[in-house]
Design a protein around this ligand. Sequence first.
Ligand code: ARG
Ligand code: ZN
Length: 881
Amino acid sequence: MRTDTGQVFKLEDYRPSDFLIPQTKLSFHLGPDRTTVVSELSIERNAETGDGEPLVLDGDALALVDLEIDGETLGPNAYEVTPEKLTIHALPKGKTFRLKITTEISPSTNTALMGLYRSNSVYCTQCEAEGFRRITYFLDRPDILSVYTVRIEADRAEAPLLLSNGNPSEAGELDGGRHYAVWEDPFPKPSYLFALVAGDLGVLKDRFTTMSGREVELGIYVEHGKEQRAAYAMDALKRSMAWDEEVFGREYDLDVFNIVAVSDFNMGAMENKGLNVFNDKYVLADEDTATDADFANIEAIIAHEYFHNWTGNRITCRDWFQLCLKEGLTVYRDHEFSADQRSRAVKRIAEVRTLKAHQFPEDQGPLAHPVRPRRYREINNFYTATVYEKGSEIVRMIRTILGREKFREGMDLYFERHDGDAATIEDFLKVFEDVAEKDLSQFALWYHQAGTPNITVKASHDAQRGELVLDIEQSSPPTPGESRKRLMHIPLAFGLVGPSGEDLVWEAADGAAIENSIVHVRRRKHTIHFTGISERPRLSLNRGFSAPVTLSVEEKPEDRAFLARHDSDLFSRWQALNTLMTEAIIEASKMIRGGKEPSFPDDLLTLCGDIAADGSLEEAYRALALTFPGEADVAREIGSNIDPDAILAARDALVEAVGRANAASFEKLYENLSDGGPFSPDARSAGRRSLRNAMLDYLSESSGDPRRAAAQFERATNMTDRSAALATLAIRHPDTLEATSALARFEERYRSDPLVLDKWFQIQAGAPGRHSLDTVRSLSEHRAFSLANPNRVRSLVGTFSSANQTGFHRPDGEGYRFFTDMVLAVERRNPQVAARLATALRSWRSLEPGRRALAREALLRISSAENLSPDLRDIVERTLA
Ligand code: ARG
Ligand code: ZN
């Protein structure tokens, strides 16, 4: 494992490399315990930087075997070498020279899953961000673009399949049962996009004809016998390819496009040129093993990685500070794709829920950082919700500000101007400034300033004069290292809703700030006078979530309820109901902490029932509307002195009250929504299932009767309904015979299917209550639990710490103790996964004093462990700072 040097990388220290590598030739002799890598580099002095000796190449845990320049072996005095660095002093004088480096690595003992490793006997690679240096010494930075030729040699029996980036060029047999294949990628690329896969895998093949008539051979490689489970992913891939042509004019550029699914993977997937490598969780799906949520994720991630071919690969990042240049933009693109394939309103609500659940707490806690950070110690810790999700929201705001057409023009210019470049956020913003002739310098603060801005709105209405005055004020809370904030440009979409739910037509003074029903908040305060408004309107603010901000508006519950019923903007309708629910849970949690019985306004209970039954709304929308804010969402709104037990009790009480008040209509809905037909993963069918399963959950909580869920578990013909019933049993009826028997039967049926067994771990880890820790502890000793498989670790430990607030934050600190043990154990093998897990403690300061002290102790215990990896140390120290 790498040791922490404590080095901090700074954006302002960027300078171009003194050397370039126009050509890279790699030759792999694969063996599980010993793989030899011969790298032949054409090196060129960078005319733009002048003399830069010596040549310093990056490494990580490497063993050098041989080193030649222009065909001559270098003597020991000509260079210095450590596992982390190769420094060559004696360089030829000319402009270019050839360097040949031979290294040896051991894929089978690579447990960090960065560089070249083995998963289920398949050799595979993960190089982003800095994994290529674990394969060979290189200028491992994204602004070094090189054309790669890769030769792979392996035992045919062990690895009949040999894949790398680009197009296949040559293959053949060798003595001793060995064989080889050569791949050529004509597009210059940074080393983080290199990939190699070798093993014995099954394949699903298909073809795609691009808009200019290029025939592309598509392959999805999976474990033998699971080929049919890749069918949905293949379908999603073809739809993605067509969509990118239609919506962005982007065509695929190689003869083949391959995807490989592996079962041990640190993240979701990776966009290596022409050879995407995926966590198999995001490839494999059929009705018996995957839920509707899995299908939707697969569609989104297949699209995401494919879209990177232009936003990430053809145009890459100059340095890792620019990560959001490819990630924020590509998330925006995959969001738009899913919105077009499914329901736009539903997709937008789901996005905002994710943003608020993951990015807001990051932005409001100790790990807050700008979308484009200025410093990092460990870049792997910056693959965050801020860089990805908030990065995507910024792109969405650019489209809002420019309008659809100018936005597309700007994107076209971006592709035209920067194809083949390693670009920056400044380059990206410039194309939009150029096409729209707008100054985006204030807007650019969204990239540079951390924290979630807040907007306060005060309204006063004068019926006699028919005037409405809005006082709008922006503020941004301080974040680590940024105590004073500058004023942002916040595009706030809004509507004034009249007495029968219609959008009022108005005229406004200070019209300068308003354009197409969007207030462009740029100053600290804006006062806007609307005229022609005879009756007091309701304010529908931040429609469509036009800006990632929090809102403080004094609003009566009746007004919110009105908007929840009548707002013409579906997102704002959802938001209004969600706010009402959150406020009701907060009130109830106060009653519980004060020793009182919680109670809820009848109007809210009726409103929930009406929305559930409103046939004019899509089922998926109704299901989302009826999904209560999570315990962590409520905690975030409360902000400080959090008692997770009170929040859970309040939330359960509201579920019960809503279920009880609407029992008859919910039962009817539950019955009517059952579909007998064949399974289809489409959005409409998924929506029906999700509404029906929401009804099941309400009815189970309010009746206290496990039989309905048990019956659904028995009869379910797909994984969505089966796992929903199982979760309801585990959460609403723990320790009943029905729950224990369903859990046992599920395990029995799926014990040899890791992705499904993950769900079994996950459901139990997420079932709330103090006693859940006992279950989770014993699951960590289950024979199917393994620290080596990231999906399994995330299913158990990740779910427990991020989704089980009452178990994790047990008042006696035992939840933290278990968690710390696990994090430290995972860290020995895989620092990246451990560091990600450790972020679960990021909101520790908002807990009530007792838990806060225990959480701090847990963090201190991690930080005082010996030989901590840079990954984990960085997270823990920032969290404690
Ligand atoms: N570029 C990949 C994606 O977003 C993710 C790579 C994550 N790498 C990491 N070191 N965490 O599709
Ligand atoms: Zn990405």
